[in-house]
Design a binder for this molecule. Sequence first.
Ligand code: ADQ
Length: 494
Amino acid sequence: MGYNLIYMANMTAPVRSIQPGSSPRGGAKGRAARQEAEGVGRVVIVSNRVPSPNEKAATAGGLAVALADAALPGTLWFGWSGRRAEETSNAAGVVTAGDGVTYATIDIAERDYQKFYNGFANGALWPLLHYRTGLLRFNRPDYEAYRAVNRAFAEALLPLLRADDLIWIHDYQLMTMAEELRALGVTNRIGFFLHIPFVPPSLLQVLPPAAALLAGLSACDVVGFQTQGDLDAFLENAVQLLGAQPEAQRYRYKGREVHAVLTPIGIDAKKFARLAVRAQSSPDAARLNESLGDRQLVLGVDRLDYSKGLPQRFDAFGRLLYLYPQHRRHVNFLQIAARSRQEVGSYQALRRELDRRAGDINGEFSDFDWVPLRYMTHAVKRNALAGFYRRAAIGLVTPLRDGMNLVAKEYVAAQDADDPGVLVLSRFAGAADELTEALIVNPFDADEVAVAMHKGLVMPLEERQARHAALLTKVQTTNAQHYCELFLSYLRAV
Ligand code: ADQ
């Protein structure tokens, strides 16, 4: 019942009320069986990358992690195989795995991939939607390849579709796929969820095909966002670029009704907490503990991406050691920054920049038996990562912009409630809208972040416990299952 009340409180679109039978409790199999019994149609998830079933849990990347729990038996998960081929395939390879999920994937031609993925998606859309117009690189051939790959996705999905399927497309790589599906005659309900931020019209218009992308998204019935700010920005763009006249977060475009909805993403907090308890006794956690001795750990975990504010974070740690000498020799900062998108120039430059700054800080503060900053660029397995979070006195999550940031939620879920660590969180992460009991900082201000780290390192136990208890309740409530069911309930209701 509690969940149903939350659904209703969040809903602004006219949504069919959720029956007690669809309560999220009861596990994946129960939910799948209920969906089938209710005749609510198969869910078709579409995302750029489709993890292979045994890769599901190991991937560094928010989308794969969050959706791993959404893929119930009976779901069709469609997308790119991860293979680059001579030609982009026009028919999908289909496999039903042991988990009951059917995976359908296509290969993408090398030349399309470069332009679609490295070019338009990650060279233009990613920087723009993270407010970094200075890094935006636009050219027509990249954009045309983006549209062509979205078309290829639609064409390959078409023969696999059933009349009552609910199609749920994910993220910025696939903003025009719904429009391509409509052009092929698909009348199914189509939803789209944007995992990253959205920008106001003054920024979006920097991108030459801004209006065409919005028109593409308007072929969906439901478009979902991480925060109210992103949702509002989307509607402002619909007004200014498409001439739409929204009412109660929905507008009409070319004879269709588009509903903008707020469906913040979450994690499976209970499962992650269990993982963290088990991970404490893992060999990796033992090695980390041994290397730390009784020193406090400040931990950062990110993909190596310029949106995550890593250079600024390194500087803030340097300022902590400068402003509060009492922490020297008593604190270690570990930054795990898994390499990502290394074919894009701005990512290579970031790596060089971090190497330099880490060297500067260690050069300035190291002693013969203490190196303050450890920095590694490969992914860590989730079962070790959960133990690292639990050992950390500070979870340092300071992106310059982030759609949500699941690391913040994982850090909270992994803590020992009797002796929890402190989350230091950027105000520009979507998670800051919810996780207000964290120490909220402006990541551009190294001194402010240093002061928050100090406050966290010396915070009395009672205050740590109170903040953590409030955060944990939120992370457990707005969890992965809640996210999936809320989004799908909107989609079913249109
Ligand atoms: P990401 O930008 O990838 O996701 P995030 O939400 O933090 O960011 O998710 C990263 C996931 O990958 C987490 O589950 C984390 O544990 C894992 N991960 C990150 N770095 C890792 C490392 N070095 N080693 C091992 N695992 C690592 C995008 C958006 C986010 C949004 C998510 C989900 O950019 O804003 O929260 O999608 O919607």
